[in-house]
Design a protein around this ligand. Structure first.
Ligand SMILES: C[S@@+](CC[C@H](N)C(=O)[O-])C[C@H]1O[C@@H](n2cnc3c(N)ncnc32)[C@H](O)[C@@H]1O
Length: 238
């Protein structure tokens, strides 16, 4: 049995992937009704894999940006640009987007307010922003983010799915209240925030870190606001 198959048996659910798929599917359905056959989506901080790939047939134009060039081509995107999302003079899309996804990126942003303001400008007025990130109200996540840079850099490749997924961490806007406030400040409304247990999955590369993750997920099972992972959905203010 694969380790992750144990998690539902332990009551550690829903997986962030399942919730994210549901939220993305809803947002794309709304966009399809508005612009049939012309849905435009941005993956902001795309890395080398995207939960948007499964929706590709429903997306007319899929643009991806990241602060780094991808190590390998991204066959699922129509267009890629190197963009520092926290840069004051970022980039301007050809046309606004129906949906922007920024998946596990906020914890890396030194200036999250700047990135959220860009997302606000790049969305259509009736578009949707979806953000996922880690939750500092989880004690293990907070401890991890508080580690001095050196030890944390050494630990990161052990915890992450691959060394390529280990990026500098900041954690400047990483709890449900901070994210809600930052989204409102950036001009978003209808902010919906949910939390899911994701430590065992995120840290599941090795047996020891998987067990630590399971302990962390069980610890906060009855405390929703402290679960390890945040999924936020918001719309631009009219
Ligand atoms: C943990 S990875 C997540 C990648 C991808 N979204 C995923 O779901 O697998 C974080 C990504 O954010 C990117 N990133 C970090 N800071 C950034 C910035 N200031 N501007 C643009 N991208 C950034 C990193 O290069 C990395 O690809």
């Amino acid at each position: 049995m694969r380790r992750v198959e144990l998690l539902p048996r332990l009551g550690i659910e829903p997986p962030v992937g399942r919730r994210l798929r549901a939220v993305l599917s809803d947002a794309i359905r709304t966009a399809e009704l508005r612009s049939p056959g012309a849905v435009r989506v941005l993956d902001a901080g795309c890395g080398h894999k995207s939960p948007l790939v499964r929706f590709r047939p429903r997306i007319a134009d899929l643009v991806a940006v990241d602060i780094h060039e991808p190590a390998d081509p991204l066959p699922w995107v129509d267009d890629f640009a190197v963009v520092d999302l926290c840069g004051r003079r970022a980039w301007t899309p050809r046309e606004p987007f129906d949906l922007i996804l920024s998946n596990f990126t906020l914890e890396h942003f030194p200036e999250p307010d700047i990135a959220l303001a860009h997302f606000r400008r790049w969305l259509r007025p009736d578009g949707t922003l979806v953000v996922t990130t880690v939750n500092r109200w989880h004690p293990f996540v907070d401890a991890y983010l508080r580690l001095p840079d050196g030890p944390r850099r050494r630990l990161q490749p052990v915890l992450k799915g691959s060394a390529a997924d280990a990026h500098p961490l900041v954690g400047a806007c990483n709890d449900p209240r901070a994210i809600r406030d930052a989204l409102s400040h950036a001009g978003f409304v209808a902010v919906r925030i949910e939390t899911v247990p994701n430590l065992a999955r995120a840290w599941g590369r090795h047996r020891a870190t998987f067990v630590l993750g399971v302990a962390g997920d069980l610890l906060t099972r009855a405390m929703p606001s402290r679960r390890s992972t945040i999924l936020a959905v918001a719309s631009p203010a009219p």
